[in-house]
Design a protein around this ligand. Sequence first.
Ligand SMILES: [Zn+2]
Ligand SMILES: [Zn+2]
Length: 260
Amino acid sequence: MLKDDWFTVRQIDDKTFAISELGHWEKVHSFLLLGDSKAALIDTGLGIDSMKRVTDQLTTLPIDVITTHVHSDHIGSHGEYTRIFVHEDEESWLTNGIVGLSIEQIRANTARDITIPIPNSFNPDTYTPFTGRPTGLLKHGDVFDLGNRKLIIYHTPGHSPGHITIFDETKGYLFTGDLLYDETPIYAFYPTTNPVDLVNSLEKIAKIPNINMIYGSHNSLGITPDILNEVKLAIAHLKDNDLVKFGTGIHRFNGFSVQF
Ligand SMILES: [Zn+2]
Ligand SMILES: [Zn+2]
C-alpha cells in the first residue's frame, strides 16, 4: 500500500480507500470511492497536508468531492479539487466561512496534540479553512452514479445544519461523517448544532436496509452495523427521559456517546 508521511492509506476493498490522519488527535478519515467512470472523495481532511498528493497516486479518474459537512476538519484540501458538492443548507458556510466557531478556536484545535512530524508547509498561525463556491448543491435523495456504483445522499442535520450521510448502495457502506462514530462523544452542544435534529437523523439512518459496514469520519475505521440496534435503544432512552436538549451533558451508550 501507498506510504505517506502524513496520511495513512488503507484499502477497504479494491475500489475503496480510507485516507486517515492518525497523527492528529481528531483521527480524521476521508474516503476515496472508485467507480467505472469517476471517483468520489468523501471529505478532504484537516488541510494540514495535501490530500491530492495521495489521491493522485490512487486514481486517474475524475474526482467529485462530496462534503459531509462544512467543518474545518472535513474541507481542508477542498481547494485542490475542481468539482465540489455540498448540501444546500451549508452552501453559505462553504462560500462565506463556517459559523459558530471562531478562527482562534479552529486554529487551536487544528494545531494541538499532533504526534507525528508536521509538514513544513503547515503554519498554525495563518491556517484558514477553505472558502469557495461549490460546483453543485445536494439535497436529500440525490444520487451519485460513479459507473456501476451508486451513492445515495441522506440529509442528516444535527451536528450541523447541512450534514449529510452517504450510503454506498452498491457496497453497503454507510459513511456517517460526524453523525455517528465511536470512542469520543458525537458533538451536539454548541449553538450551530441541534440535538432534536441529531436524534431524528440517527433514527433516519437506523432504518436504512442492507448496511454491511459503517464508516464514521473519526476514530475507529469501520463499525459493524449492529451498532444501529444500540442507536435505536439510545434514541428511546434519550426521548423517554427528556434528554434531547442542550445542557444535558454526555450520554454514554454501548459503542458510542453523544454530548448535548
Ligand atoms: Zn464536524
Ligand atoms: Zn469532524
